[in-house]
Design a protein around this ligand. Structure first.
Ligand SMILES: Cc1cc2nc3c(=O)[nH]c(=O)nc-3n(C[C@H](O)[C@H](O)[C@H](O)COP(=O)(O)O)c2cc1C
Length: 359
């Protein structure tokens, strides 16, 4: 699923008729996705810019952001009602998500002829002030609607050295460290840490309950809420809500999940570890901007990416993770695997009208 696949072949046990409604709505979902991820329309003004900003990756797809506009300034605020306190008690995921949306503001703004910088404030919020300018297209803007978190196994092919160099350049930013790991001597110990930390999370009922709260077991539910973790977007079956809930409880198990992550990592040729040089909201937002430029660069290079943050989320594993990356003094914030894989269905988003509030 989402990050935690659970259903395996269990879907076959369900009657086809029980699932037919939910499965049929997947066609509607393709249309919904096409509209959500349509190429940028530069004439679309602020709502169009916000649509592009909301395509940013974000933890559990809670979309913890609000936008306000005042003249030629767009403010990006954290939405603390959309925290995930179990997996992210200090909100570093939340501010990284905010930073990813800020990176989209800068890139899509430039492509719309609104040139400006996203200034990160000490509290982690963002002010994007712009001035009219000649529209500036970039391959990163084109990558915004194409990017996704691809939670399937990869095909094992290596990432080309030139692409690795571009990824390295894309992630450079003040206050941010990124270390790329390639080769089995580094990736196998990373896989061990991911599996071990995943086991800790799976043994934590509060973690599982929080994850389940954000699960969307069918297209109708994903489109209705516009948020959360839609099972098909992780290559898993769809079910009517009640059945999905029962299946989750029955089949979302530590051993199967650990095997799934081990398989994913065995097919992964490269991974990036991200560190903010300080643990505060402003640094996390800045980190999110760098992470997003990294992810968009990967997309533009034809690469798939997925987050495997478990050893950064479970505090007991952070030291070993940092040591593996040769950064023993820093606190790791994110782990992203990089490789090649076909696209999966896209994740939903809330409509612009829900996140663009009166100034
Ligand atoms: C800070 C942050 C942490 C995330 N952590 C995880 C994770 O641990 N596991 C996972 O599968 N996805 C993780 N994601 C990916 C989100 O679930 C994903 O971005 C969201 O569901 C929207 O899907 P999309 O990226 O395909 O647009 C994370 C994303 C961000 C920005």
């Amino acid at each position: 699923m989402l990050r935690r696949e659970f259903l395996v072949a269990a879907g076959a046990a369900l009657t086809v008729s029980a699932c037919a409604g939910a499965a049929g709505r997947r066609e509607d979902y393709a249309g919904y996705t096409a509209a959500l991820r349509a190429p940028l329309r530069p004439e679309g003004g602020t709502p169009e810019l916000i649509r592009f900003a909301t395509l940013a990756p974000n933890g559990h797809n809670t979309q913890p952001w609000r936008f306000t506009e005042s003249g030629r300034m767009i403010a990006l605020h954290p939405d603390m009602t959309r925290r995930t306190p179990v997996v992210d008690p200090d909100d570093h995921h939340l501010f990284i998500s905010l930073g990813a949306a800020a990176a989209h503001l800068e890139l899509a703004g430039a492509a719309m002829g609104r040139s400006g910088r996203a200034e990160v404030r000490a509290d982690g919020a963002v002010r994007y002030r712009w001035t009219p300018a000649t529209p500036r297209e970039s391959r990163l803007v084109a990558a915004i609607p194409a990017r996704q978190s691809t939670r399937s196994p990869f095909d094992g092919r290596d990432v080309a050295p030139q692409a690795l160099r571009r990824l390295d350049t894309a992630a450079r930013a003040p206050g941010v460290r990124m270390v790329l790991l390639t080769g089995r001597p580094k990736l196998d110990p990373l896989a061990d840490l991911i599996v071990a930390a995943n086991g800790v999370q799976m043994d934590t009922p509060e973690f599982v309950a929080e994850l389940k709260h954000w699960m969307r077991f069918n297209a109708a539910r994903a489109m209705a809420t516009g948020d959360g973790l839609y099972t098909a977007a992780s290559g898993n079956p769809v079910f009517p809500d009640v059945i999905g809930s029962v299946m989750f409880d029955a089949f979302f198990r530590k051993a199967a999940e650990n095997r799934r992550y081990a398989r994913q990592m065995a097919s992964t040729p490269a991974a990036a570890l991200f560190f903010a040089e300080r643990a505060d909201p402003a640094h996390w937002t800045g980190l999110g901007m760098a992470v997003e430029r990294f992810l968009l660069t990967a997309t533009a290079e034809g690469l798939a990416t997925a987050f495997v943050n478990q050893p950064a989320e479970v505090a007991a594993y952070r030291q070993a993770l940092a040591a593996l990356a040769g950064e023993p003094g820093l606190r790791p914030d994110l782990v992203i695997r990089v490789g090649h894989a076909p696209r999966l269905p896209y994740a939903p988003r809330r409509p612009v009208s829900e996140v663009l509030l009166p100034g």
